[in-house]
Design a binder for this molecule. Structure first.
Ligand SMILES: CSCCC(=O)C(=O)COP(=O)(O)O
Ligand SMILES: [Zn+2]
Length: 204
């Protein structure tokens, strides 16, 4: 299946931006866009996200199976599928490995409370800088299906989960209705995490 040019271009541009910001070292990170009810465009596994070309983007179905026989999507494809399945409004998903999200997730308990930041306004639901967002932190797991099951259990128990989560010692997942919104949320989140890190704040 050929990927619509604008979807591939959005993924390539997002990879370059995340790389420029130092959030996707080596071949870390993965990026996707929802193409339709049963189609997702996602980065192939093992590609450097700062050097992506349109051919580094491939299609999978809603269960994460490659449309093109033999093609190898991101190892973490099931986490993207889990987001699109749970949140019908999600149109793009970004995953990165920044220093801030890695260090803070290693220190944290099961959530990091972000409170009092002006940039919380970038998150949905109209929070003001006076509200708080509890960003979930899940233990890392190489069994991605099991990790997604832990996320589904968490989301089942959380009425309005924020559009992101951390995986301990690994990285962040953030989503939005489209790539621009997902990137804005990622940038806001990384900024707040960096502030947390600079302040040396205790974790929840
Ligand atoms: C070299 S980073 C280890 C794998 C990972 O966490 C990641 O984000 C990239 O995996 P992918 O299969 O999407 O390239
Ligand atoms: Zn990763």
């Amino acid at each position: 299946m050929s990927i619509p040019a604008e979807a591939a271009a959005a993924i390539v541009a997002a990879g370059r931006r995340m790389d420029a910001l130092g959030w996707v070292p080596a071949t870390a990170g993965n990026i996707s866009v929802r193409l339709g009810p049963d189609r997702i465009a996602i980065t192939r596994s093992g590609r450097h996200k700062g050097m992506l070309e349109a051919g580094d983007v491939m299609a999978v179905d809603a269960a994460g199976a490659a449309i093109e026989p033999g093609a190898r999507p991101s190892y973490e494809t099931l986490l993207h599928c889990g987001i699109y399945r749970r949140f019908p409004g999600a149109g793009a998903v970004l995953h990165g490995h920044s220093v801030a999200n890695t260090v803070l997730s290693r220190r944290a308990g099961d959530a990091i409370r972000l409170a009092g930041y002006e940039l919380l306004k970038v998150f949905p639901g109209g929070p003001t800088h006076e509200t708080a967002v509890d960003l979930p932190v899940l233990d890392n797991d190489q069994d991605i299906a099991r990790l997604q099951a832990a996320l589904d259990a968490l989301w089942d128990a959380t009425p309005e989960p924020p559009p992101g989560y951390l995986i301990r010692g690994h990285g962040v997942y953030v989503w939005g209705p489209g790539m621009d919104a997902a990137m804005a949320r990622l940038e806001a989140l990384e900024f707040m995490l960096l502030c947390h890190l600079e302040e040396g704040r205790p974790m929840r």
